[in-house]
Every structure is written in structure tokens, then in C-alpha cells.
Design a protein around this ligand. Structure first.
Ligand code: NAD
Ligand code: UDP
Length: 315
């Protein structure tokens, strides 16, 4: 039995990860400041004696004897990470320093939830891990993008200087049950709008692309990367589904799958919104023997089912 720390454990990805780690017989400590996370995501785990939930902000040091850390704490939706941009930078940078310091002290293995956003508005398509990216350091997305880039820099230097056992995963757009209905990301927005027969809000002309992976595929990728041996394969590695959609195609698909009467409306495109995004997953396939297994339509149907039930409750 390992003792595993999950920062951001009450969030969308973190709560799925806590479930998986507990089901494998580990002891799990979830840290969260509940900025975007929700106790409801993990309420069913609270009476498990091997699960601990701690209200804590990763910008402050934390001490515990642990074997592994998954560092997920950071708002991920543009709406939320831009709400308090300075705090977002602090969360990424100071959070990484605090968690790497802890990993160093207790000799824990530590995985960083990095992001496809480190590629910015990419000029190379699809994006391999060797691409250095195209990020506007002054733009409204930079608090997130640059914060995550500095976090990667910190990780690699803790490895170089202090031999900390690191893993870096660049996560591409992920969706699934337990996303917050007001999260602001495209899949949850469109599904909630479609289920309520409200206007589907496309930002820009809808020709920008994203590649969406279902949560279960991501969790298996994180697991494979954390447990891959030899440990000197530390990434970064892209984990995402290469099936690419325009945002317009996504809107049409969700309308069809929900049988919705919603009409599409076009709103201004936010500043620096990347035009295209699709992972090159050759490295994950070769090293981790990982690739996504869940077809977007199946993943979307499960997510629609989740939001359909949630909307019947009072969230
Ligand atoms: P989320 O917003 O649902 O979860 C983030 C969690 O971190 C929340 O529970 C939030 O309360 C917590 N948190 C935020 N700031 C904190 C702080 N200072 N101290 C402690 N806890 C804090 O988002 P998510 O989609 O679950 O994303 C989890 C991680 O994965 C993030 O680091 C994100 O950057 C990364 N990621 C996600 C995606 C995606 O598509 N979901 C893509 C790329 C990377
Ligand atoms: N988007 C949209 N309508 C929405 C929410 C998002 O058209 O209601 C667009 C957004 O402008 C972007 C894409 O969908 O081009 C993905 O947005 P999201 O916030 O989910 O993720 P990210 O931009 O970080 O990939």
C-alpha cells in the first residue's frame, strides 16, 4: 500500500484519480482549497478510512510522509484561471516549489499535471513534445500558460539539481462526469446549454479546433506514466485524444446527441484563443503503450447522462 498525495483532489480530474488510487488499495490524501473543486465530487469517499481530505492551499508549504504526489491543484478553465490571474501564477509556481520541496524531503515520486497550453497558439500541428510552443507572455492566458511552463522548468531543475523523481504529463482537453456545470469550458457549456434548449454559445466562427479525451483515458495515462519504469523516462509526455473537432462540429454533435432544440449563437472570440490543437501521441504509444480507447461519441453520451441527472438536482 502506497500513501499518495493528490493536490486538487476535489476537482474534476483529481476526484476521478482519488477514486482510482483508492480502488487499487492505496492510502490517499486529497489537498484542496475548494476554489473550483467541490466536496460533492468526493463525498462518497469520505467514510473510507484510507481517504483523507485536507483543506489546504498549495501556495503554502505542506508536510506529510508520502510515497507519491500528483500535483493537480490549479484552476483549468480559462474563466476561472483568469478570475485572479496573479493567484493562478502563484498556484502553479509556488505550488510546484512547495510540492517539489516536499517530494525532495521525503523522496517521493512526483507527477506534474502540465498542459497542452504550454504550446500556446501552436504553429506546428499536431503538437509533439519537442515543440517549444508559441505563448504570448503578456496575454490574458499567460497566467496559466506561463505558470505551467515555469512549473515544468522547476520540475526539470529539481531533477537535475536534487535528483527528485519527476514525471511531467501534458494533458490535452479532457471532459467527463464531475466537470462543474458552470465550469465555463466548452464541453460542459455546450451540453448544459443543449439539455436546457438554450442557445449554444460559439466563440468566434467555430473553425478553431480542439481534440477531446474522455476522463477514463486520461486517468489510465496518468497511472501508466507514474508507474512506468525505469524512472528515467520522466517526460514530458502528451496525453490526449488525437481526434480533432472544430468547435462548430462539436456543437452540432452535442445538439444531435442530446436531441436538442438549441440554436447556435456566435459570440466574440476571446483574446489569444488557440486556433488549432491536436496531440501527437507517438511518444505515449511507444513508451507507455497508451492510447485512448473511448470514442468521443461514447464519452459524450456518458457525460450528457451525467449532466442530465445533475440538472434534475439543485446544484
Ligand atoms: P478543476 O478546476 O476541476 O480542478 C482543480 C482543483 O484544484 C480544484 O479542486 C481546485 O479547487 C483546486 N485548486 C486550485 N487552486 C488551488 C490551490 N491554490 N491550492 C489547492 N487547491 C487548489 O480542473 P481539472 O480539469 O480537474 O484540472 C486539474 C489539473 O489538470 C490542473 O492542474 C489543470 O491545469 C490540469 N489540466 C486539465 C486539463 C483539462 O482539460 N481538464 C487539461 C490540461 C491540464
Ligand atoms: N468555447 C466556445 N464556447 C464556449 C466555451 C468555449 O466556443 O461556451 C471555445 C473556446 O473559445 C475555445 C474552445 O471552445 O476555442 C475550447 O475552450 P475551453 O475553454 O474548453 O478550453 P481551451 O480554450 O483552454 O482549450
Amino acid at each position: 500500500m502506497k500513501r499518495i498525495l493528490v493536490t486538487g483532489g476535489a476537482g474534476f480530474i483529481g476526484s476521478h484519480l482519488c477514486e482510482k488510487l483508492l480502488s487499487e488499495g492505496n492510502e490517499v490524501i486529497a489537498l484542496d482549497n475548494f476554489f473550483t473543486g467541490n466536496k460533492k465530487n468526493i463525498i462518497h469517499l469520505l467514510d473510507n478510512p484510507y481517504f483523507e481530505l485536507i483543506r489546504h492551499d498549495v501556495t503554502m508549504p505542506f508536510f506529510a510522509e508520502i510515497d507519491e504526489i500528483y500535483n493537480l491543484a490549479c484552476p483549468a478553465s480559462p474563466v476561472h484561471y483568469q478570475y485572479n490571474a496573479i493567484k493562478t501564477v502563484k498556484t502553479s509556481v509556488m505550488g510546484a516549489i512547495n510540492m517539489l520541496g516536499l517530494a525532495k524531503r521525503v523522496n517521493a515520486k512526483i507527477l506534474q499535471a502540465s498542459t497542452s497550453e504550454v504550446y500556446g497558439d501552436p504553429e506546428i500541428h499536431p503538437q509533439p513534445e519537442t515543440y517549444w510552443g508559441n505563448v504570448n507572455p503578456l496575454g490574458i492566458r499567460s497566467c496559466y500558460d506561463e505558470g505551467k511552463r515555469v512549473a515544468e522548468t522547476l520540475f526539470i531543475n529539481y531533477r537535475r539539481q536534487n535528483k527528485v523523481r519527476i514525471k511531467i504529463v501534458r494533458i490535452f482537453n479532457t471532459y467527463g462526469p464531475k466537470m462543474h456545470p458552470n465550469d465555463g469550458r466548452v464541453v460542459s457549456n455546450f451540453i448544459v446549454q443543449a439539455l436546457q434548449n438554450k442557445e449554444i454559445t460559439i466563440y468566434g466562427d467555430g473553425n478553431q479546433t480542439r481534440s477531446f479525451q474522455y476522463i477514463d483515458d486520461l486517468i489510465s495515462g496518468l497511472d501508466k506514466m507514474m508507474n512506468y519504469t525505469p524512472e528515467d523516462f520522466y517526460g514530458p509526455v502528451n496525453i490526449g485524444n488525437p481526434e480533432e473537432f472544430t468547435i462548430f462540429e462539436l456543437a452540432q454533435l452535442i445538439i444531435k446527441l442530446t436531441n436538442s432544440k438549441s440554436k447556435i449563437s456566435f459570440l466574440p472570440l476571446p483574446e489569444d484563443d488557440p486556433l488549432q490543437r491536436k496531440p501527437d501521441i507517438s511518444l505515449a504509444k511507444e513508451m507507455l503503450k497508451w492510447e485512448p480507447t473511448i470514442h468521443p461519441k461514447d464519452g459524450l453520451l456518458k457525460t450528457i447522462d451525467y449532466f442530465d441527472n445533475l440538472l434534475k438536482e439543485d446544484f
